[in-house]
Design a protein around this ligand. Sequence first.
Ligand SMILES: CC(C)(COP(=O)([O-])OP(=O)([O-])OC[C@H]1O[C@@H](n2cnc3c(N)ncnc32)[C@H](O)[C@@H]1OP(=O)([O-])[O-])[C@@H](O)C(=O)NCCC(=O)NCCSC(=O)C[C@@](C)(O)CC(=O)[O-]
Ligand SMILES: NC(=O)C1=CN([C@@H]2O[C@H](COP(=O)(O)OP(=O)(O)OC[C@H]3O[C@@H](n4cnc5c(N)ncnc54)[C@H](OP(=O)(O)O)[C@@H]3O)[C@@H](O)[C@H]2O)C=CC1
Length: 425
Amino acid sequence: MKGLKKFYRKTLQERWDVLQDRKILTNEQIKCLKRTTDATELGNSMIENFIANYSIPEGVSFHYLIDGRDYIVPMVTEEPSVIAASSHGAGLIKKAGGFKTKIKQRLMLGQIILEDFQDFQELREKIDHEQASLLRIANEAHYSLIKRGGGARWIRCRKLADDLMSIDLAVDVQEAMGANMLNTMLEAVADYVRKEFSQTVLMSILSNYATECLAVAECSMPLSNLKKENFTGEEIGHKIVQASRVAQLDPYRAATHNKGIMNGIDAVVLATGNDWRAIESGAHAFAARDGLYRGLSQWTIVGGQLKGRIELPLPVGSVGGSIGILPLVKVNQKILNVKSAEELERIIACVGLGQNLAALYALVSEGIQKGHMRLQTKSLAIAAGAKADEIQQVLSMMSKTKGKNLAAAKAAIKEIRRNKQHERN
Ligand SMILES: CC(C)(COP(=O)([O-])OP(=O)([O-])OC[C@H]1O[C@@H](n2cnc3c(N)ncnc32)[C@H](O)[C@@H]1OP(=O)([O-])[O-])[C@@H](O)C(=O)NCCC(=O)NCCSC(=O)C[C@@](C)(O)CC(=O)[O-]
Ligand SMILES: NC(=O)C1=CN([C@@H]2O[C@H](COP(=O)(O)OP(=O)(O)OC[C@H]3O[C@@H](n4cnc5c(N)ncnc54)[C@H](OP(=O)(O)O)[C@@H]3O)[C@@H](O)[C@H]2O)C=CC1
């Protein structure tokens, strides 16, 4: 498109001008972009072709008692009812003593993919034999990690096809998520393999399937705690177990089950400046680890207790990437009051489990729409064009109607305005 060439070389004002001159945006729409950019330097230096700061609401979730410590959890999300549900689930778990977590290790994996090798077995033996040198080369490529107590830990080889193999490098990345660090190390090792082993390297990159960075969260509660209106605690507990089984058997349900889990996980990952695409891709790969895509959490009843467990890769950092740059991330780290990336992992796993409990609890009892739509109605009112001083009235009118949809919200606004006009006349 004319005028958009070398967009990245233009100043922010020039970019807005081009968008307006080309009639891509109106003057009003440009003003909307401008209103978001009180601090332009940050966004402009973080990403390319910057035109605005896109904001998503942030809230806090309560009742997280994790390994005996209370946490307030900041969550960034555009979806109504996620934060309420998170607090609800965490509250049910807190009543029974809170969450327990486990983390075995925090290693990130990277891959050097070789192609057209002659003999896999022979090459594997050669790489095993030179493991110490390869680890040293990796460490020399990012030496500061060694000073922090981290560094490359082990190497393994996997045959992917007759002509393709992966050299996997495992690295203790300490407090970082480690993608960039690992990529630097991988490229150094790949260079050595190319030159010294005369191998063809296809590419080198970290893997987001972070199987060496798993977090587990568990909880247990008496069935009687689950009692609700027309249901006994036993009934609800049994139905939650059935819902959990369905998510293990059916990928159609598993995807939705996991979407509910990621409602909470993504919101905390975003609030803490971490890479949510990395967490999403790793979680879903883990969910399909035995060939069938399954729910990331499971619920069982043992000795009159409902027990929940979630396990997933959570390679988050407390430093690195945009974490140290975004001012709100610092504020959110303060709200969470976490001391390390590992502690953050534990919290995020618990949020996934708490979120899942709330969703299943609603689904198998009153259904999702009652609680969710009560909170979604506000968004509907805004989407229908309600002004700030009309929202409460729209909500109260919609609470009396059956259809909680955009048409109902629009009808409510129309009536409010008609009544106002009437009063004025
Ligand atoms: C919405 C609730 C919590 C209402 O549930 P309720 O039983 O009406 O709530 P309550 O009034 O008894 O309050 C219980 C707790 O919920 C929290 N809470 C309650 N209301 C609020 C609020 N307005 N603002 C903030 N927090 C709220 C709050 O923590 C409160 O305890 P308190 O702190 O008062 O002691 C419940 O119905 C629920 O958890 N529903 C699940 C909603 C959900 O999962 N939403 C996500 C969107 S749907 C989806 O994307 C996922 C899904 C469902 O498809 C996943 C799946 O299929 O597995
Ligand atoms: N596939 C993927 O997921 C990919 C993701 N990315 C992106 O990479 C970024 C994350 O990479 P990452 O390597 O973590 O970030 P950085 O490149 O920012 O590296 C981490 C930084 O943190 C510093 N640091 C300070 N204290 C510590 C500590 N205690 N432990 C560890 N590091 C410390 C390191 O300092 P020093 O330099 O002194 O060691 C380093 O500068 C994200 O933005 C992600 O989106 C990039 C490529 C691919």
